[in-house]
Design a protein around this ligand. Structure first.
Ligand SMILES: Cc1cc2nc3c(=O)[nH]c(=O)nc-3n(C[C@H](O)[C@H](O)[C@H](O)COP(=O)(O)O)c2cc1C
Length: 223
């Protein structure tokens, strides 16, 4: 491919005061994102999910190979299959596979093997990472796959929050069953994360533990 460039025409520079206000407003808004574990069954139009996935697809990534695929699941039948398999895995996890230290760390969140939200929430988004990129002239290697898909997932969570939706990052371990349920090619794609998406149920709560975020001086060093 030739090394052609276009002029950058859509960068927006704000006055410094406005920059600060925008940064503050963004922080205040993203502070309201919480992992939701009790979802309502209120439907969410597909086109909203599509816009959020388009936003995720703009994430920076290794060599612009965009090593991701998003399976948006609305089908009650597929959601039921995912719940059944995820809960079976979670039972093994909570019954010992996790180990004492991990289970201790999860205690303040109050999570257990029961995952009704996998069926209640209107959408599940299964995110897959791709080892290689298929092109017309054959396969090409992908680079920084884990980092790239992580950033795209962050963009997606942010886009969903910005649209007014609640999310939960759910990671039953192992997640390989998702390849089969979602009919993806397991040779090239690995399930990366399962996002539960929808409106919080009435009376949904968030664990006190999760609200405690580290202060700036602990997470930032200026040199
Ligand atoms: C990679 C990853 C995996 C997670 N897996 C689960 C999970 O399987 N089940 C769950 O209830 N929460 C899961 N969480 C959510 C975390 O518990 C949650 O983000 C954390 O407690 C902070 O709370 P907050 O998201 O409300 O800020 C996961 C989060 C991440 C980033």
């Amino acid at each position: 491919m030739s090394e052609q460039h276009h002029p950058l025409t859509d960068f927006v520079e704000y006055p410094q005061q406005e920059m600060l206000e925008r940064a503050q407003a963004h922080y205040q808004d993203i502070k309201r994102r919480h992992s939701i574990r009790k979802f309502s069954d209120k439907p969410v139009p597909q086109e909203i999910i599509e816009q959020c996935i388009l936003a995720a697809g703009t994430a920076p990534n290794g060599a612009n190979h965009q090593p991701w695929h998003f399976v948006a699941i609305n089908s009650p039948d597929v959601k039921a299959q995912i719940r059944e398999q995820a809960e079976a895995i979670e039972r093994g996890f909570y019954d010992g596979r996790a180990g004492e230290e991990w289970l201790d760390a999860l205690k303040p969140l109050g999570t257990n093997a029961s995952k009704p939200y996998l069926e209640t929430a209107p959408w599940l988004i299964a995110i897959f990472s791709q080892k290689r990129m298929e092109t017309e002239v054959g396969d090409k290697n992908n680079y920084y796959v884990h980092e790239s898909v992580g950033i795209a997932t962050g963009f997606l969570i942010q886009a969903l929050h910005n649209a007014g939706l609640g999310t939960l990052t759910h990671t039953p371990k192992p997640m390989s069953f998702l390849s089969k349920v979602c009919e993806r090619n397991a040779d090239n794609e690995r399930p990366y994360m399962l996002l539960v998406v929808g409106y919080p149920a009435e009376g949904a709560t968030i664990p006190d533990h999760a609200i405690n975020k580290k202060p700036l001086e602990e997470i930032m060093t200026v040199l």
